[in-house]
Design a protein around this ligand. Structure first.
Ligand code: ADP
Ligand code: MG
Length: 238
């Protein structure tokens, strides 16, 4: 590998397999996956329900132990990695998963601040960072609102701010626009793209939303546990 490739490599997957269950119930879910993600790239992943998209995302996000093959994320091999290695890696990853998982007892700022405080910053710095990123996602006038006082789109923006506040090297988003109308869905994805590019991080976005295909640098398709690069975008909407 060239030194430049090494610097820009965020994810390198080779011949990855994944299984759920044990013994007679063991079932293979991911088959011989090969995939690369480079700094600054936005890659969209499509594919039918049940094809293994969320499983692959949680493996790349160090949220689940990798079993077989090679899965290198930010220079760390995750197959046979220890729990401690997985936990350490998670600090460098921004997660935007369905249901946005905001804490209802905390304001928008406090939800975002909590993520900022996973890193060595002062309380005051974390507070300022939270306010700045909420402003960047268009929520300057909702900083002290509680989730119950915000719309679905606004809550999703808080979740994005939370994922981005600590400058992750990678963003993993699982159907981030599923609960949003077309316009706010588009706005949310453009935010991920813009902030990701500004911060030089890579993002992998699982989506069924054909209206946002054009923001991708690359498209991949996962079906029945097999991953394919989509070369022809004209056929990507099927
Ligand atoms: P997708 O996100 O593409 O809909 P998933 O990764 O959620 O696909 O699921 C892929 C397959 O693995 C499905 O058949 C699902 O039922 C199964 N599956 C998902 N999570 C688990 C689990 N924790 N234990 C056992 N089977 C699972
Ligand atoms: Mg899923």
């Amino acid at each position: 590998m060239e030194p430049m490739d090494e610097i820009n490599e965020i994810v390198a997957i080779r011949r990855l397999n994944h299984y759920y269950g044990t013994g007679a119930l063991r079932k293979q879910i991911l088959f011989d996956i090969n995939f690369h993600l480079t700094a600054g790239e936005v890659v969209l992943m499509k594919g039918p329900s049940g094809s293994g998209k969320t499983t692959l995302l949680t493996l790349m996000g160090a949220l689940r132990s990798a079993q077989e093959g090679q899965l290198r994320v930010l220079g760390q091999e995750l197959v046979s990695a220890s729990k401690g290695e997985l936990v350490r890696l998670r600090r460098n990853i921004g997660y935007i998963f369905q249901g946005h998982n905001l804490l209802n007892s905390l304001t928008a700022r406090q939800n975002v601040q909590m993520a900022a405080e996973l890193h060595p910053v002062s309380h005051r710095q974390a507070q300022a960072q939270a306010a700045a990123i909420l402003t960047a996602v268009g929520l300057a006038d909702h900083i002290d609102y509680y989730p119950s006082q915000m719309s679905g789109g606004q809550k999703q923006r808080v979740a994005i701010a939370r994922a981005l506040v600590s400058h992750p090297k990678m963003i993993l988003a699982d159907e981030p626009t599923a609960a949003l109308d077309g316009q706010s869905g588009r706005a949310v994805v453009e935010l991920i793209q813009q902030l990701a590019k500004d911060q030089g991080c890579a993002s992998l976005i699982v989506t069924h939303d054909n209206r946002i295909l054009d923001i991708a640098d690359r498209l991949v398709h996962l079906e029945d546990g097999h991953l394919k690069e989509v070369r022809d975008r004209a056929h990507a909407t099927t």
